[in-house]
Write a protein that binds this ligand. Structure first.
Ligand code: R5P
Length: 324
């Protein structure tokens, strides 16, 4: 009887993907040994999004893979429409799997007459019919609280730090490019058993920051800068430059979400950075691929696949991040 129940549960797991990161969705399905769900996501002639799920999903436990990376609004609208579609097709539970959560930077009113867009997006996802959310390395962890449904906030540091461990770089120090990133950098410091340094970064405009000084010993050290995302590349390049000024040796970068927009790729090419390690929460844009050996993509497919498996079977997620 028990076996029958668990088999039925496993059979009810279905994974669908919007158009944002089909490669990642396929890899997750491979990990879980389930086929990628059959869905049509295309456009009407006027650009509106047209979605149809081409298989029976009544009573199913649905996981929709869709990072809201550029083009952000297109991918967000696809996700909302996919959720609505699954809800109306009588899915039992719908989980929005957003390895990258766009619009996260507007998470508070830091001046008058501005929106809290991250809250608005959370409301839209919930209102569309999502029952839970899986996301990774949120720009601000408190965005979890914008949802009144369960949010599993995964961390990529294990994947990135394992990579740096395998490189066996001597005299390595981990650096946070701003005060907000200290908690993340500390995870690396603890798992790699290396010292932590911080750059004092101040925002001087919406897309502009300046760095003051480095706290910590970086002279003659190899340094890995860790961050949640690379958008314009400004934060990383400023940190790399000041590290060089302070006498650091080789500089590496470990970042979760490689947005690499505007002229970020050129900045990375010309910066005093030996190698950039990023994850596949979002696909690399064509320009970023031209960085060749300077960029290394680490997959978070197993981390997401295992999380989906555990959520489906009501097993613990937090134990995945516990100390061995
Ligand atoms: C800042 O608070 C974030 O952690 C990132 O450092 C920042 O969003 C990266 O943006 P950019 O690449 O444009 O400097």
């Amino acid at each position: 009887m028990g076996t029958k129940k668990s088999l039925k549960t496993i059979n009810n797991l279905k994974i669908f993907s919007g158009s944002a990161n089909l490669d990642l969705a396929s890899q997750i399905c491979k990990y879980l040994s389930v086929p990628l769900g059959d869905v049509t996501v295309d456009r009407f002639p006027d650009g509106e999004i047209n979605v149809k799920v081409n298989e029976d999903i009544r009573g199913a436990d649905i996981f929709l893979i869709q990072p809201t990376c550029p083009p952000v609004n297109e991918h967000l609208a696809e996700l909302l429409i996919l959720i609505d579609c699954c809800r109306r097709a009588s899915a039992e539970r719908i989980t929005a799997v957003m390895p990258y959560f766009g619009y996260a930077r507007k998470d508070r009113k830091d001046e008058g007459r501005v929106p809290i867009t991250a809250k608005l997006i959370s409301n839209l996802i919930t209102k569309a019919g999502a029952d839970r959310v899986i996301t990774m390395d949120l720009h601000a962890a408190q965005i979890q609280g914008f949802f009144d449904i369960p949010v599993d906030h995964l961390l990529s540091f294990q994947v990135i730090s394992k990579y740096y461990e395998s490189l066996n770089i001597p005299d390595l120090v981990v650096l946070s490019p701003d005060v907000g990133g200290i908690k993340n950098a500390r995870l690396y410091s603890e798992s790699l058993k290396i010292k932590l340094a911080i750059v004092d970064k101040r925002r001087v405009g919406p897309d502009e920051t300046e760095v003051g000084f480095v706290i910590g010993d970086v002279k003659g050290k190899n340094v890995v800068i860790v961050d949640d995302m690379i958008a314009t590349g400004g934060s990383i390049v400023q940190a790399a430059n000041i590290l060089k000024e302070k006498g650091a040796k080789d500089i590496y970068v470990g970042a979760t979400h490689p947005l690499l927009c505007g002229n970020a790729v050129e900045k990375m090419r010309n910066a005093p950075i030996k190698e950039l390690a990023v994850t596949d929460t979002i696909p690399l844009n064509e320009n970023a691929k031209s960085l060749g050996d300077k960029i290394k993509v680490l997959s978070i497919d197993e981390l997401l696949g295992e999380s989906i498996r555990r959520i489906h079977l009501n097993e613990s997620i937090s134990s995945m991040f516990a100390e061995p």
